[in-house]
Design a protein around this ligand. Structure first.
Ligand SMILES: [Zn+2]
Length: 239
């Protein structure tokens, strides 16, 4: 069993999330608040008492199966899944691209912003190039209009070249997320992080999650994350 799996299953001796509910309720409870929703009605499920609970229970709305889940149980499960997802990811797994991008934005915001700007400029130049070619095919640059094509084509090529240059120059900004891909190191990084950083770490890979109401006595007696929690992982489209 990997360190991450042990963590997820609670076998691991590591203290739960470093700061347990008993130590400091406030710091612990907000970790998942903006991520977690009720599976039945998709309303937010903020922390109430020591459980994440469907908003409908606050009155004013109805939910057919309002979820409520003990915070430490679901947090332990989500952190375990997060560790497993990253440490068992294939090097080609697209989620690593997302995580690297987000980690870069977190740790090197200025460089990342410059790269993003250059990428956007390159994309715009490519689109403009396609448009020019399409217009020419349609005959828009025939006859007297022909003289307008060449300068427009040169302009867009210049833009493209400039964006490529910037990308090449900033290409030296490397984002190393290998520490998140190796179980022991990932676990260490998690444990060393403060609450704010833990929130950020989870959000590198997790977009949101839903939790379902406990349906059976067994569910109520023992939290089964695999049955009750659905995690929405970040995808490349969301970068
Ligand atoms: Zn609900």
């Amino acid at each position: 069993m990997s360190a991450a799996s042990s963590y997820a299953s609670g076998v691991c001796e590591v203290p739960l999330l470093g700061d347990t509910i008993g130590e400091n309720l406030d710091r612990t409870v907000r970790r998942l608040t903006d991520l977690i929703r009720c599976a039945a009605c998709n309303r937010a499920a903020p922390m109430m008492s020591s459980s994440y609970t469907c908003m409908s229970t606050q009155g004013g709305s109805t939910c057919l199966a309002p979820a409520s889940v003990y915070a430490p149980a679901v947090e332990r499960y989500v952190v375990g899944r997060w560790l497993d997802r990253l440490t068992s990811a294939d090097p080609e797994d697209p989620i690593l691209v997302v995580v690297a991008d987000r980690w870069g934005a977190l740790t090197k915001p200025a460089e990342t912003a410059e790269i993003e700007e250059a990428r956007a400029a390159l994309k715009a130049a490519e689109a403009q190039m396609e448009r020019l070619l399409r217009d020419r095919r349609k005959g828009l640059y025939e006859g007297p209009a022909a003289r307008f094509f060449e300068p427009a084509w040169q302009d867009v090529n210049r833009d493209m070249e400039a964006a490529r240059k910037t990308l090449k120059a900033t290409g030296g900004v490397t984002v190393d997320i290998s520490f998140l891909m190796e179980p022991e190191m990932a676990l260490e990084a998690w444990e060393a992080a403060d609450t704010g950083m833990r929130r950020d770490l989870l959000r590198l890979a997790i977009v949101g999650l839903t939790v379902a109401k406990a349906k059976t006595t067994h569910d109520r007696a023992r939290f089964d994350g695999d049955r009750r929690v659905k995690i929405r992982w970040a995808t490349v489209e969301e970068v």
